[in-house]
Design a protein around this ligand. Structure first.
Ligand code: PBG
Length: 329
């Protein structure tokens, strides 16, 4: 009989030594919860995201209180705008009394200690569902879009938001937003840049939730979001956003892009986040609903995968559920 000199299984023999050598942990501190807020009363379910509802501001306040109790540090707001308020120039995006701005004010007033983050991009506000302002060929124009994003960001900061999160992928927007925030004395408004955001098919359910998929039709976002085949390009995007003043960077989607998360963390060593997007959520929900996967185990394994890859935190629709599971454990 051959006795191996080194037996990795020895350390796996008992729970105490498995715990002792565990390299990564997941806590509620790692979670950012994206939520959909609408202008109607009450809640409406998002069909392709079971368990996720669009909520009125009142409902949101109820949920926010629970999230706070569960230790979720940040809520990320996504407004669902009435079609009558959508336009070609997306002017509703910087309406000081717009839905996002009202939601920010309500949350910060009730729960000052809860971090509030907003998405900055024009897609909830445009009649065509693109993240920016288009020319007559449908091409998204960079620099006038950046001007609009600056107005949107400043209006969120005036409403009291803690973190601005540009998800539009326009060139130069982080620097322009940082300068405008500083000029308006919002020096502590943080920026989490969607730096490496890919033109992904996994955003489908999100577009249903905010009602941009119908407007977008067969169009895509490939002239601004990145090609899923690229990795070096992501490093250039990260470098640019950091240089322009991003406090945190994000990789999106999540699971299919863990190599990017690892590269960002290793090469830059900055606060790095991953977005476990709507399509990833929908896949887990669908498999769980069919009894094909153990939802709790698969979700927690997914989250520790993000941590192992180097993420400091994860944006996930599962955030309050995960926090609840962690509390029970
Ligand atoms: C919009 C935006 C999208 C998501 C976050 N912000 C959709 C898109 O780029 O089309 C996707 C989030 C998700 O799928 O969960 N700029």
């Amino acid at each position: 009989m051959i006795h191996p000199q080194y037996r990795p299984r020895r350390m796996r023999h008992d729970e105490f030594s498995r715990r002792l050598m565990r390299e990564n942990t997941l806590t509620s501190n790692d979670l950012i919860w994206p939520v959909f807020v609408h202008e109607l009363d009450g809640r409406t379910p998002v069909a392709s995201m079971p368990g996720v509802d669009r909520m009125s501001i009142d409902e949101l306040l109820r949920e926010a209180e629970q999230a706070l109790e569960l230790g979720v540090p940040v809520i990320d707001l996504f407004p669902v705008i009435d079609p009558s308020r959508k336009s070609l120039d997306a002017a509703e995006a910087w309406n000081p009394d717009g839905l996002a701005q009202r939601a920010v004010r309500a949350l910060k007033q009730r729960f000052p200690e809860l971090g509030v983050m907003t998405d900055v991009a024009l897609d909830p506000y445009t009649t065509h569902g693109q993240d920016g302002i288009i020319d007559d060929t449908g091409y998204v124009l960079n620099d006038i879009t950046v001007d609009a994003l600056v107005k949107q960001s400043v209006s969120h900061a005036e409403a009291g938001v803690d973190i601005i999160s540009p998800s539009d992928m326009m060139d130069g927007r982080i620097g322009a937003i940082r300068t405008a925030l500083d000029d308006a004395r919002h020096i502590n408004a943080r920026i989490m840049a969607y730096s490496a955001k890919y033109a992904s098919a996994f955003y489908g359910p999100f577009r249903d939730a905010v009602g941009s998929s119908g407007n977008l039709g067969k169009a895509d976002k490939k002239t601004y979001q990145m090609d899923p085949a690229n990795s070096d390009e992501a490093m250039r995007e990260i470098a640019l956003d950091l240089d322009e003043g991003a406090d945190m960077v994000m990789v999106k989607p999540g699971m299919p892009y863990l190599d990017i998360v690892r590269r960002v963390k290793t090469e830059f060593g900055v606060p790095t986040f991953a977005y476990h997007v709507s399509g990833e959520y929908a896949m887990l929900k669908a498999a769980a609903a069919n009894g094909w996967l153990d939802e709790r185990k698969c979700v927690l394994e997914t989250m520790i995968g993000f941590k192992r890859a180097g993420a400091d935190g994860v944006l996930t629709y599962y955030a309050p559920q995960i926090a609840r599971w962690l509390k029970e454990a």
